[in-house]
Structures are given as C-alpha cells and as structure tokens.
Ligand binder design. Structure first.
Ligand code: MRU
Length: 364
C-alpha cells in the first residue's frame, strides 16, 4: 500500500539478493523505519520482538529466514535447526509453522547446492501468494459490506469495528480484515471504521489507525471497552477481525479481547466476521480453547505504554505501581458459535467443520 508517494510491502528482498528489508513496526505511527535483516538471528529477533507481526507476515518473514540460512549452510541439519529456531519465536500464529513446512517441503527435493536459490524463490512466491489471497478475501468481504450498505440511507457509512491490526502491516499487503474495507473505499461505498486500541501493544491505536489515516478511511479510535456500548446503541453494523489460527471446526484464535467483542456482538445481533487466508487454518485442531497454545508475553508490555512526547521522542512510561505484577496472555479463542462467517479466499464459510470442508474439501 502507499506510504506517501511510494508503494510499500511490509517485507521485500534487499538488492544484495541475500538479505530482506522490513518495515520495523515498533516505531509506528511516530516514525517510519525500514531495516535490513541479514542473519537468522536477526530474523528470529524481528519476529519474537514484534518488529514484524501479524500471522501472515510472521510466516513470510520466517520463510525468508530459511532462505538466509540456506545461503549460509544448505545442509539438512541446518535446515532443521533453523526451522526449529524460528518455530520457537512465537507459538500461536499457525502461519509460522505453515510457512516453515512449505519451505522444508520445497527444499526436501532440491540438491543442497541449489537450495539457497530455491529457498529465496519460494519465499518470494509465498509473499506474492499472500497478496493474492488477501485481494480475494477483500472481494468476498466487499460483497458483505455492499449488502449492509444497500440497507442504509444513501451516503450513510457502513460502520465496521475491528480489533488489533489485521491490516496490510500484518500481511505482505492489503491485510485480511482491512482488504474488504480498502476495496469498499475504492468502490466508493462509504465506510467508517471503529479502531479498538488493542492493549497492551496497542496495534489498533498505533498500526490500524495509521493505516486508516494514511489511506483516507474515515475512522475513530476507541478504547477496548467501548465496543459493547457502541453496539447497544446501534453504532456498529459489523465486526471484521483477523485471526492467528482458526481450527478445523471454526473456532477463531485472535488478539486478546476478540472474544469479548464477539460476545457483545452476539448479544446485540451485530454480525461478527473473521477474515483469513487458508494458511491460517489449523486442520489438526478442533477445540480451539483446549488445544491452541496461547502466547504469554512479558508483563512489562502491560505495565508500560509507549508513545511520543511533546519533544517528538518515542518514550515508554510505567502506568502501574512498580510492585504490581502483570499477566499478559496475548491471544484468546472465540468459539465458532459466536462467528457469523469466515471470509476466506474461496468465499464465505460458515464457522463449522462442514462449513470449512465445503470450501476446502481437499485439505480437510
Ligand atoms: O501479536 P500480533 O500483533 O502479531 O497479533 C496480530 C493479530 O492478532 C492479528 O489480528 C492476526 O495475526 C491476523 S493478521 C492478518
């Protein structure tokens, strides 16, 4: 998507043909920084410390990590060790495992002296495929927005609530939850987005709001607890969120707080949609609450908040007593019964095993 006059993806090969460049998302919206990652250790740090984040982008970054590893040492032992190292960076988003499995599968039939080249090629393909998947999600999601818009008075916007950042910054381009929104804007359908700030890392306030602002999408930032109130007062027409892992039976794991939004949506008859590319489906898991590993991050993310001071410096401030410990589960699971539909690249699936099987027969 455009930043100023320039089109960016979130990750792209460096001109040296070996490293990759990324948008370092830790500093947005205050500062737009691009950094180069040249080693597997740097790739692992960038994923674990959330320089890049969002399930699809984590997967693509790991794929490039394998390519970097293969340029260094293309043996099976090194391939396996690198896959294990990168897999350990973040436990919840299944796209990470999916991308590592794809790379391993591709390289398993390639001679060692050709592996580096094959790995860079496959990583680039996975990145391109992600963009196509998101555009397809956008087209299907747009139909839902159109249906809602058709019931409104002319010119009245479709009010969409989103949580966390499932925008272009969370993917290679377009985003999952945001793709239908961007396509609606392009189609001239009036939309307005309520952006949950998404404590503790504030991906909504820092990243989604930056995206909406940059692309001229009318939006309001709200605190995480405002959604239920706005739904009770008819201010939200639909919810669209992303997901880090969706089970074969349609349970949806996403950023902490998503479940509460789904409960409020159900209670108020607000449609709750989840946008996802098929690499986010974990066909091996049925019961999301029992089986999906939930990442517990450092409590300092809860105790401190990052922002910009009046001198334009990015600073971090403590918001709780020094002696207060903090828990920081990063994701939660929304049971399928609360999900109106799954917006996939193949169309809208009912959030159920038969619903997903109908669209993805082969995989199930
Ligand atoms: O911890 P993060 O920022 O990686 O969490 C991101 C999310 O929860 C997104 O909603 C999810 O990955 C879907 S991204 C298309």
């Amino acid at each position: 998507m455009k930043v100023g006059d320039k089109h960016y993806r979130t990750i792209w090969p460096h001109q040296d043909g070996l490293s990759v460049e990324i948008i370092d998302q830790r500093w947005l919206p205050h500062d737009f920084r691009v950094v180069t990652l040249s080693t597997v250790d740097e790739i692992a740090t960038a994923i674990a410390d959330m320089w890049v984040r969002g399930a699809p982008l984590i997967g693509v970054t790991a794929a490039y990590g394998i390519a970097i590893a293969m340029a260094d040492d293309p043996t099976d032992a090194h391939l396996n060790a690198t896959c294990n190292k990168l897999h350990a960076t973040r436990p919840t988003a299944i796209n990470l495992k999916w991308a590592l499995d794809e790379m391993r599968h591709t390289l398993s039939i390639v001679a060692t002296d050709k592996r580096a080249e094959a790995a860079y090629r496959r990583a680039a393909e996975i990145a391109d495929e992600d963009v196509e998947l998101n555009r397809a999600i956008g087209r299907h999601g747009l139909e839902i927005i159109k249906e809602i818009a058709a019931k409104k008075k002319p010119g009245e916007p479709v009010n969409i609530l989103t949580h966390c950042n499932a925008g272009w910054l969370a993917t290679v381009d377009y985003g999952t939850a945001t793709a239908p929104i961007y396509l609606a804007m392009e189609a001239g359908i009036p939309v307005h987005v309520f952006v949950d700030e998404t404590r503790p890392r504030n991906q909504g306030a820092q990243l989604t709001a930056w995206e909406m602002d940059g692309h001229g999408v009318p939006h309001d930032l709200i605190v995480d607890n405002a959604g239920g109130h706005l739904m009770q007062h008819g201010e939200i027409d639909m919810v669209i969120v992303g997901t880090d892992r969706t089970t074969a039976s349609g349970d949806v794991c996403n950023k902490i707080g998503t479940y509460l939004k789904a409960l409020a949506a159900k209670d108020n008859g607000v449609p709750f949609y989840v946008a996802l590319p098929s690499p986010t489906i974990d066909w091996t898991v049925r019961d999301g609450v029992a089986e999906i590993p939930i990442e517990e991050r450092n409590g300092d993310e809860v105790s401190f908040v990052q922002g910009e001071n009046s001198a334009g410096e990015i600073i971090s401030v403590r918001i709780s007593p020094k002696g207060t410990p903090a828990r920081n589960p990063a994701f939660d699971v929304t049971p399928a019964r609360l999900v109106t539909g799954l917006i996939t690249e193949r169309g809208i699936a009912e959030a159920s095993a038969p619903g997903l099987a109908r669209l993805f027969e082969k995989e199930n």
